[in-house]
Design a protein around this ligand. Structure first.
Ligand SMILES: [Zn+2]
Length: 291
């Protein structure tokens, strides 16, 4: 059982402020939602201002690394070269690439080309071709804080249909963000993205989603993009999570590479696109911490 915090006691969030000057009001509001049957976030995923600042700073490194990739990516380069760019730039900026050795992942970045949905492993043998679309997924640890974002790159002359998939998937992020505000529900973020994607004739990957992030690489909640409206966890200020839908031109069926047990492909070989942002729920909406 948790001891009740007195209003003059220090707040549980670690801000150092008195409870009544910090999270007391929010807790009472959250409690009312809980009584009405809402799934509420556990305290450990609600960040204080200092922690948000730490994640924001980590996000600045993540953004700079992706900007560096954007300046240098080109046809004829191997995905291993992208891995070297990401690893060296992250370390130059004082960060650590979070994917490296994470649950045995062998590289510092995920590089997912065309029909690879996610978790592509960089390789010397894999060379970017004119017409490819590629997702580069960068995650940074900076002074103990985690950030995570990814972008798509179109290499040379990309077929119109695939270019549109990339652009529409980026737009879906904005559609999802429009549902991020305090006391909305997480399911509305996924529902908005799903409705948008289906309306364009695409399919959305169901098995893999986004996640809470900040103090660890992967925290609660799981962020699905095929959810129903008015379901899922209550959004409250201080929550930080990723929005990273994987949208397919063909089927939503996927399979995992049996040899490396990481790389996810579309079943039908049609292309898949993904963009990712790290977003914080604020007092009146959201703040993007990494893109
Ligand atoms: Zn507090």
């Amino acid at each position: 059982m948790r001891k009740r915090i007195g209003k003059n006691d220090p707040c549980w969030c670690g801000s150092g402020k008195k409870y009544q000057d910090c999270h007391l009001e929010l807790d009472e509001k959250i409690r009312n939602y809980k009584l009405r049957g809402y799934k509420i976030p556990p305290r450990k995923i609600i960040k204080n201002q200092e922690q948000i600042e730490g994640i924001r700073t980590s996000g600045k490194v993540n953004i700079a690394v992706l900007d560096y990739v954007a300046e240098n990516i080109h046809a004829g380069m191997s995905t291993e070269e992208i891995n070297r760019l990401v690893d060296s730039k992250t370390r130059e900026l004082g960060g650590i690439p979070a994917p490296l050795n994470y649950e045995g992942f062998p590289k510092s970045v995920c590089t997912s080309i065309n029909d690879v949905v996610c978790h592509g492993i960089p390789s010397e043998e894999e060379v970017l071709q004119d017409g490819d679309i590629i997702n580069v997924d960068v995650s940074t640890i900076y002074h103990g804080y985690f950030s995570d974002s990814s972008r798509m790159f179109c290499i040379g002359n990309v077929p119109e249909e695939n270019k549109k998939l990339v652009a529409d998937t980026l737009e879906s992020i904005q559609v999802g963000l429009s549902e991020v505000r305090p006391f909305n529900r997480l399911g509305n973020v996924g529902a908005a993205i799903h409705e948008f994607a289906l309306g364009k004739g695409y399919r959305v990957v169901r098995e893999i989603g986004g996640h809470g992030v900040g103090l660890e690489f992967h925290e609660d909640p799981f962020v699905s993009y095929v959810t129903r409206r008015d379901t899922g966890m209550l959004l409250v200020p201080g929550m930080v999570f990723t929005i990273e839908p994987m949208i397919n031109l063909g089927t939503d069926e996927i399979f995992i590479d049996e040899e490396n047990d990481w790389t996810v492909y579309t079943e039908d070989g049609a292309p898949s696109a993904q963009w990712e942002v790290t977003v914080a729920v604020t007092e009146d909406g959201y703040e993007i911490l990494a893109y």
